[in-house]
Design a binder for this molecule. Structure first.
Ligand SMILES: Nc1ncnc2c1ncn2[C@@H]1O[C@H](COP(=O)(O)OP(=O)(O)OP(=O)(O)O)[C@@H](O)[C@H]1O
Length: 265
């Protein structure tokens, strides 16, 4: 691919991004000189030792924080502009659902916030409910759902305005191993159906390898891009993919990049 074409495909771009927390005299440089691109429709995971700044990096991209230095663009625009036009969705760890609203009503919340008629979007909501496998549960309340189903509602809510980009911060970390693996497979299905660009803060190396097209390893103190790894496991990943030699080799290669004792195992 020539460089013009490669640039044309860029969805998110970070250039020389640094983040310093604290006031003068007691400043902590959390991220330093971070530069990378995320291509349209790519699934990119961030991984690194605890406290290296992965969530901070995601929050900078999602306009929840402003960088001390450097530039971030999404589709060549400032994240603020993109945020205002609701062109990305976010799913955080332990997402909050409104317990007095049904699954469908929780998903409709972003539409209501910008004054869209719910009736007009019924078809889209039906389609989304189908995409996340919750059609039969649309009238359930959050307290009637399993933890995995609650996360599926949060993903559907983040996609309700059909944004091209989805940011996810360790969305599965609180789930048991069985539910986590099921949700990872479902997320790949959702990705296939919706073709979103996804930036995902991963809890485990194996999770990042299973889900991603590319993994960016962040080193700590300060957080910098340590290395990037293309994950050539193809588009049709199944539970058997986790048993393959390539999967084990990729996981091992990334583990070897992380300092000993990192909790991202
Ligand atoms: N608003 C803030 N003010 C001051 N320091 C902060 C703030 N947000 C994050 N930090 C600090 O920045 C560092 C990076 O935090 P961050 O949550 O981004 O790391 P992380 O890699 O996502 O960690 P984990 O893997 O444990 O979730 C930590 O030392 C944290 O204490």
């Amino acid at each position: 691919m020539n460089s013009d074409l490669a640039r044309h495909n860029v969805e998110i771009s970070l250039e020389g991004v640094s983040m310093v927390f604290g006031k003068k005299g007691k400043q902590v440089v959390v991220l330093q000189d971070i530069t990378f691109d995320v291509k349209q429709h790519e699934f990119v995971s961030l991984i690194g030792p605890a406290g290296c700044g992965k969530s901070t990096l995601l929050r900078l991209m999602a306009d929840l924080l402003q960088p001390t230095k450097g530039h971030i663009t999404i589709q060549k625009e400032h994240p603020r502009e993109v945020h205002l036009r609701r062109k990305f969705g976010i799913v955080l760890e332990n997402p909050t659902l409104f317990e007095w609203r049904t699954v469908r009503e929780n998903m409709e919340l972003p539409l209501e916030l910008i004054g869209h008629s719910r009736a007009l979007y019924k078809e889209r909501m039906d389609h989304l409910l189908d995409t996340v496998g919750l059609m039969k549960f649309s009238d359930y309340y959050p307290w009637q759902l399993s933890s995995g189903m609650r996360i599926r509602v949060a993903i559907a809510r983040a996609l309700s305005l059909d944004p091209p980009v989805l940011f996810m911060d360790e969305p599965f970390s609180a789930l048991d191993e069985f539910t986590k693996e099921k949700l990872q497979l479902e997320l790949l299905e959702i990705k296939k159906k919706t073709n979103k660009t996804i930036v995902f803060v991963a809890h485990r190396i194996s999770e990042a390898v299973f889900l991603s097209d590319r993994i960016i390893v962040i080193s700590a103190h300060p957080g910098r891009v340590h290395s990037q790894h293309h994950i050539d496991l193809g588009v049709s990943r199944t539970p058997q993919t986790r048993e393959s030699e390539l999967f084990h080799d990729l996981t091992k290669a990334i583990r070897n990049c992380l300092p000993e004792g990192s909790d991202a195992l």
